[in-house]
Design a protein around this ligand. Structure first.
Ligand SMILES: NC(=O)c1ccc[n+]([C@@H]2O[C@H](COP(=O)([O-])OP(=O)(O)OC[C@H]3O[C@@H](n4cnc5c(N)ncnc54)[C@H](O)[C@@H]3O)[C@@H](O)[C@H]2O)c1
Length: 356
């Protein structure tokens, strides 16, 4: 049984902490809270990266649950805590089942649990595939902005892999002021390219949209390349495709061969996180035995401690941090609470008196 209640209307006993509440926030509510807020969310992601960079967070390694009988599937646990004005603890639990796509379901599904940093009590469970895609796209738009300074922004973008994440990244680029002369599209699935082109037209793009049938053509004709495939191992191996020095958002993390990273400037979100789980940067570290190929984190760039060069490709490989999910999840919770739309689950916590 659910009831609608804003936090402001919850009873608070004067002599003891108010009884904990538990809210369930649906995908519809999440989308309502986030839609059209691209600029605010990118600012929130920037602030969260700065908090994380300043040490005001706890973000242990993600745990990958894999299955011997379902080798392409995984479920990842991302526990985290973030301080500052966000001030929340929690856990993201996100599945990736690539075979879902052919059955008409998105690859990823997720929930996010928010915990009260004062009591530890979980106080909300949010549908989180939208939150995850949103924070990923906001982080990509933020990196595109910082890593393309002070050069003029790229006007030829290429999407390599055109599923849900590519759609969110385009939405966030467009929603934060990017406009493109050309949009290149490449995917191994004709259904995906058709779906993505349909989305671009619906979104009202004025760019010339080109579907490439060669990966090389897409990369050579793009100054901003977005990788959002589900490749498990590098499949782009020729550094010559990158001699025009594009900015590369390597969101899917495992597309590029070590040779390409070694010929480029490399930025990550968090070094310890990114050099794990056979990502392309991890493969470079395994091959070279060092981390000299890394130029810094995005936070280093935002703080002026590292700068993207102009004479090499620039690659951003974000592992994806749980603190970002928490920040966006807390934003959604606050929006729902502020609008009086929290759906509280009555009696979720029971038997709260120690001796009955
Ligand atoms: N770094 C992060 O923070 C972060 C966060 C979320 C998702 N991701 C990653 O983003 C990727 C995309 O996620 P999604 O939800 O859009 O998946 P999706 O299944 O909706 O789309 C993936 C697309 O890639 C295409 N593809 C697969 N292999 C390809 C190849 N070799 N060349 C070209 N296209 C190829 C598929 O046909 C599909 O259209 C995943 O790898 C996911 O793990 C990263």
């Amino acid at each position: 049984m659910t009831r609608m209640l804003s936090t402001a209307t919850q009873p608070a006993a004067p002599d003891r902490p108010s009884a904990p509440t538990f809210a369930v926030i649906t995908g519809t509510q999440v989308q309502q809270a986030l839609s059209g807020r691209e600029k605010q969310i990118v600012e929130l992601i920037e602030a969260t990266y700065r908090l994380h960079g300043a040490g005001d967070s706890v973000n242990p390694p993600s745990y990958f649950l894999r299955f011997p009988d379902r080798p392409t599937a995984r479920i990842i646990a991302l526990p985290a805590s973030v301080g500052g004005p966000v001030a929340v603890d929690g856990l993201k639990w996100i599945s990736s089942f690539p075979d879902n796509v052919s059955a008409g379901l998105p690859r990823a599904s997720a929930v996010l649990i928010l915990n009260d940093p004062g009591t530890g009590y979980p106080f909300a469970c949010l549908e989180s595939s939208i939150i995850s895609a949103t924070r990923t796209a906001a982080s990509a738009a933020l990196a595109a902005d910082w890593l393309s300074r002070p050069r003029p922004r790229p006007t030829r973008v290429g999407f390599f892999g055109t599923g849900l994440i590519a759609r969110y990244i385009h939405t966030f680029l467009a929603g934060t002021g990017w406009s493109f002369d050309t949009i290149g599209v490449y995917d191994v699935s004709a259904d995906s390219t058709a779906g993505f082109c349909g989305y671009l037209h619906q979104a009202g793009t004025s760019a010339q949209v080109t579907v490439h049938d060669s990966a090389e053509d897409l990369i050579r004709s793009s100054d901003l390349v977005v990788f959002a495939t589900v490749a498990g191992q590098p499949h782009v191996t020729d550094p010559a495709w990158f001699t025009h020095n594009p900015l590369v958002l390597h969101i899917s993390l495992r597309d590029l061969a070590p040779e390409i990273l070694l010929a480029s400037a490399n930025f990550v979100d968090d070094v310890e996180h990114c050099l794990k789980a056979d990502t392309s940067p991890h493969l470079v570290e395994q091959r070279t035995g060092n981390r000299d190929f890394l130029n810094g984190t995005l936070n280093d760039v935002m703080l002026g401690r590292a700068a993207p060069p102009h004479d090499r490709p620039v690659i951003f490989s974000p592992f994806g941090l749980g603190v970002l999910d928490l920040a966006v999840g807390k934003y959604v919770y606050d929006e729902a609470a502020g609008a009086g739309n929290l759906r509280l689950i009555e009696d979720f916590f029971h038997d709260l008196r120690r001796y009955g």
